[in-house]
Write a protein that binds this ligand. Sequence first.
Ligand code: NAD
Length: 495
Amino acid sequence: MTAHNFPDRRVPALKDASLLVSQAYVAGEWTDASGGKTIPVTDPFDGALIAHVPDLGAEDARRAIDTAHAVQKEWAKRTAKERSRILKAWYDLIIENADDLALILTTEQGKPLAEAKGEVISNAAYIEWFAEEAKRIDGDIIPGANAGQRILVLKQPVGVCAAITPWNFPNGMITRKVGPALAAGCTMVLKPAAQTPLSALALAVLAERAGVPKGAFSVITTSEAKPIGEEFCRNPKVAKITFTGSTNVGRWLMREAGDSIKRLSLELGGNAPFIVFDDADLDAAVEGATASKFRNAGQTCVCANRIYVQESVAEAFAEKLAAKATSLRLGRGTEEGVTMGPLIDDRAVAKMEDHLQDALSKGGRVLVGGKRSDLGGTFFEPTVMTGITQSMKVTKEETFAPLAPIITFKDEEDVIAMANDTEFGLASYFYAKDMARVWRVAEALESGMVGVNTPALANEMAPFGGIKQSGLGREGSKYGIEGFLEIKYVCLAGM
Ligand code: NAD
């Protein structure tokens, strides 16, 4: 493995420099691309070059899949306790190295260091959780349909899994997939986002150190996602694809993988409503909306996309949210006190500007923000808008940026109809005290997850995932391992 030196002097030194690598991890070997092709990894703070990683192709993915296929049976034969021990060792190493992993993450992705460390630690918990769940993959014994029969239900690993992950949570979206896959006895070939491959490679260094067998986990870095995606979808040795990213790419994968009927888990886009009723604790709702909307500069699949506030409290809420938005400190994620980083790239800024202009042209008003930050680059001021309606892009599409659009509503029926008027169904939030209302609204909202008086939904003990066009399957909880298991029924006769 080639350790990499940051060419950019301003990047803080790691405690363990071997976690920053400039080679990919394919079939148990640290490798370069044939012909030496590389992709640059840059810091979204100022575009400075951080490192180069190999630009691999479909043939490298095929090699990783072949090896993953060859070692999967052996990995599945190990006792659950052995797999569990190795996963627990991986978890421990991630926690020990959380500071370094957070530095790598912030440098390639831009989010504040405290958020990065939070991502590393809270998502490592999925590995710890599934290390335990490995020991609880139990089946059933069912009475037979005829005399002398018993029905056995066994759960077996699906086989080789391919994972594709996005840049917004470069560490966490990986651990919550690889943890349950390895726990179930599957092997995994991962393609991380081209913008953020260094977090994935650092996790692979620690997986190798923890004793994950060579070839059971590969990381394919590439600038061209499509050929790798096609290989994952068409290679008969891949049994399952697990994807986190946009709904459009999820749709494409579903079509491509359809020919060979592959198992699919899809964590896709969202358009979360965040509803504030007039009986809510307004300050708690403002805190919640600030965390939900501006964390990771609004680049979070479960972040509040549309903020609905009941008429009588709308003005007070908007003023308080505007004050919170202006109190955020933008800057380099590694700087002390910074609470919001840059957007990932120019395309993200263009989308924010497009949604903002569309809202302005249809009668929306900017309360605070509304322009690029003086810091330049891809920084955008946290923005709060009022006068928003259901016909604007900000309410119809996922903005994925620090834009908080406020829509007022009259009553419960009115707001539920507006909240559900979307093809997405990932997360919803509402703030209210009346318990009858809490039950009614939680049951009526069409989404896989509902936060009541809280903006925080993801943890390893809960089933994370969406309905409608936000996806298929769940990550975390006892349900999270099911997508990596097949059910086999054995009919025992003559008993
Ligand atoms: P994206 O779909 O463009 O990219 C995600 C990943 O897919 C990247 O690794 C990319 O390289 C890869 N990819 C793109 N085209 C591909 C192809 N043809 N074949 C194989 N791989 C391909 O999404 P993004 O912009 O990187 O991420 C943001 C999106 O992800 C948002 O829509 C967000 O809501 C969603 N997301 C969802 C969750 C969730 O849990 N539901 C979590 C995080 C992000």
